[in-house]
Design a protein around this ligand. Structure first.
Ligand SMILES: [Zn+2]
Length: 232
């Protein structure tokens, strides 16, 4: 059998559209952490098969936004201590790896500077969700400077989950997630522009570990809500 005859492109597009729509609902908080996705209801609402919805939900699972529970199906991930700790560990490894791999020769600082400007504009805009997204775009530009599609893919794979946790935790605590650390991005950009890799690694390490510590403190503060029993 010729290979092209076995690839069904049209069928594939719908699950991706479903995944895209569900991602938007999760990141906007309309589908909050802990909420089970009702695959049957989504299927009948959209007039598609349950199998098609499940394929879309699988894509969300791959990007870390939902996990399957045996009796509830796909559930939006909660920012639990273990999830938050693990995603920040992986993020630190990817960003520092990119910083170490790049800036060894002349490189183009323009995308990083554009991302810095976009970040400032997003913070001024006043929507915390937009600011978190722009913050992650800034860090994606740092990773992209390494010129490695594998590192870029690794960061993309973490960024939806990071966005979900930072947005959720800061909203629950009533905190502004990005404005207090906005100037740190200027310092990181300056280090990248000057090609000072040691400084870049030091600043990124501090920036990411402090953000991880803030996120962990919010999880430990019972940010899951007073109704949730605390364990440990
Ligand atoms: Zn940042």
């Amino acid at each position: 059998v010729a290979l092209p005859a076995r690839i069904d492109l049209d069928r594939r597009a719908i699950p991706e559209q479903i995944a895209h729509g569900l991602t938007r609902l999760v990141l906007s908080g309309e589908l909050p952490p802990g909420r089970a996705l009702q695959e049957g209801t989504i299927a009948s609402d959209l007039g598609v098969s349950r199998t098609t919805v499940r394929e879309g939900v699988r894509l969300l699972e791959r990007s870390g936004l939902v996990r399957y529970e045996s009796n509830r199906g796909a559930v939006v991930r909660e920012p639990s201590p273990s999830n938050v700790r693990d995603v920040y560990r992986a993020r630190l490894a990817v960003e520092l790896g990119a910083a170490c791999a790049s800036f060894t020769e002349l490189f183009d600082a323009a995308p990083i500077e554009q991302a810095t400007a976009a970040l400032g504009a997003a913070v001024d805009g006043g929507d915390p969700g937009d600011a978190v997204a722009a913050d992650l775009e800034f860090h994606a530009a740092i990773v992209a400077a390494a010129g490695s599609t594998r590192l870029t893919d690794a960061f993309t794979g973490l960024s939806n989950e990071l966005r979900l946790y930072v947005t959720t935790l800061s909203a629950r605590a009533g905190q502004d997630p990005v404005r207090p650390v906005l100037s740190e991005h200027d310092a990181i950009t300056a280090a990248a522009r000057s090609g000072d890799r040691g400084e870049l690694v030091a600043l990124l390490t501090q920036h990411i570990t402090e953000e991880a510590a803030r996120a962990m403190a919010l999880v430990d503060d019972g940010a899951d809500g007073p109704a949730t029993p605390r364990r440990g």
